[in-house]
Ligand binder design. Structure first.
Ligand SMILES: *[C@@H]1O[C@H](CO)[C@@H](O)[C@H](O)[C@H]1NC(C)=O
Ligand SMILES: *[C@@H]1O[C@H](CO)[C@@H](O)[C@H](O)[C@H]1NC(C)=O
Ligand SMILES: *[C@@H]1O[C@H](CO)[C@@H](O)[C@H](O)[C@H]1NC(C)=O
Ligand SMILES: *[C@@H]1O[C@H](CO)[C@@H](O)[C@H](O)[C@H]1NC(C)=O
Length: 369
């Protein structure tokens, strides 16, 4: 009797040990992006001119103090990660980050002003371009390998989810900015080609480094951000800019599909919310908004105000504004964008059993959303 009880206890212990060992390799996210995803990197780049370090950034997040997010609340990546039940990755430059934090939460390299191209966003002085972000990720991999060994680290990085979300700065703060060489060198189609060739190399490198599940967020109607509207006397959306976003999305979704088919075990997916955001902007009332053409946080009549500051005034109801500042959507708009992107990813659709890639770890299995 005693013996079998002891045996049972041992079996349970062994089983428990196995389970915790399995559980210790959590599925986490690694996020590469620009200000739409930045969670605090630029706030720690002392010379960066793209920082969400002043009130009223973050007013609807946590304690309401600025946290590096370029919005009043959550980013699109925050919302998607939350819905998937994944932890929120801290900023790469957050001083509390060490190997244990990375193993439990993943990491975000997203940096305001960043683009697919190195030369994008030069006016912001300091930022991590996508190439730089991937370089930093390679440093992270070396650290984790040293900590838990090559084999466990390889499994950890293969099981993780990768989010890549850049592109609007390559247009707004490069191609469409007449002082830069790229606006003279390329046609719209030529420039999008350059972006796709560069992105293909970057995503292929991420795959070589272990990325198997990857989501790329496409662009929204960036010709309708308040900053673009003030460029015209009528305040209308810049149709040329919107067309570039649509062309980028078309080329991007084809690229992701092609890579997903050609790279071994890859599930690389493209999600954009272009059409939904366009609908919201043209008919805000129908979607519960009251304003879709100006920033909630603005400096009186001074437009464009480059950033939200403590001297700015806020709209009365932040949940009724599509845009938080001249560039960035509000928390409420981000929620709509996140829902739309998720609806386009096969592993989220309610009916996805037949589409679910076999490489998906259990934590990413379809869940009711
Ligand atoms: C972009 O910058 C990275 C360093 O962050 C460098 O390795 C790479 O060669 C650069 N790419 C180009 C096209 O200059
Ligand atoms: C693809 O997945 C299979 C099964 O998990 C694995 O044996 C193989 O090594 C993987 N190949 C690559 C290139 O990741
Ligand atoms: C927003 O609300 C104000 C006051 O209720 C109203 O006059 C205005 O037409 C609304 N605008 C939109 C775009 O719904
Ligand atoms: C699920 O898939 C089946 C078979 O393809 C289809 O008949 C059904 O309409 C789908 N349901 C939903 C909710 O998409």
């Amino acid at each position: 009797m005693e013996v079998s009880k002891t045996m049972m206890a041992m079996v349970i212990l062994v089983l428990f040990g196995l389970m915790t060992e399995q559980a210790s390799c959590k599925v986490v996210q690694f996020i590469f992006g620009d200000s739409l995803s930045d969670v605090g990197n630029n706030n720690r780049l002392p010379r960066s001119l793209a920082r969400a370090s002043l009130p009223w950034y973050g007013i609807d997040f946590g304690n309401g103090m600025p946290n590096g997010r370029f919005t009043n609340g959550r980013t699109v990546a925050d919302i998607i990660g939350d819905k998937m039940g994944l932890p929120r990755p801290p900023a790469f430059l957050d001083p509390s980050v060490d190997e244990d934090v990375i193993l439990q939460n993943g990491l975000s390299y997203a940096s305001g002003g960043a683009g697919i191209l190195n030369e994008t966003g030069q006016l912001f002085v300091q930022k991590f371009s996508l190439d730089k972000q991937i370089e930093l990720f390679q440093g992270t991999q070396a650290l984790v390998k040293k900590k838990i060994g090559e084999k466990a680290a390889n499994k950890f990085f293969t099981d993780s989810l990768y989010v890549v979300a850049l592109g609007s700065n390559d247009f707004i703060n490069n191609y469409l900015f007449p002082v830069y060489a790229d606006s003279w060198k390329y046609t719209g189609a030529g420039f999008i080609n350059l972006l796709m060739t560069t992105l293909e190399q970057q995503l292929t490198l991420l795959h070589r480094l272990g990325a198997r599940q990857l989501i790329f967020f496409g662009l929204g109607p960036m010709g309708c951000i308040p900053l673009q509207r003030v460029l015209s006397t009528s305040g209308a959306c810049q149709e040329k800019t919107n067309q570039l976003a649509k062309d980028f999305n078309k080329a991007g979704s084809q690229l992701l599909l092609r890579l997903s088919k050609s790279l071994p075990n890859a599930s690389f997916q493209f999600g954009d919310a272009y059409d939904v955001v366009e609908n919201v902007i043209s008919d805000p009332t129908n979607h519960g908004f009251n304003n879709s053409d100006s920033p909630c946080c603005s400096l009186g009549r001074i437009r464009p105000a480059l950033t939200c500051t403590p001297a700015s005034s806020l709209c009365k109801d932040r949940s009724k504004y599509v845009f938080w500042d001249e560039y960035h959507p509000s928390d409420k708009a981000n929620e709509i964008i996140a829902n739309e992107i998720m609806s386009k990813l096969t592993f989220f659709s309610v009916n996805s059993t037949t589409h679910t890639p076999s490489v998906l770890p259990p934590a990413l299995a379809p869940s009711p959303v």
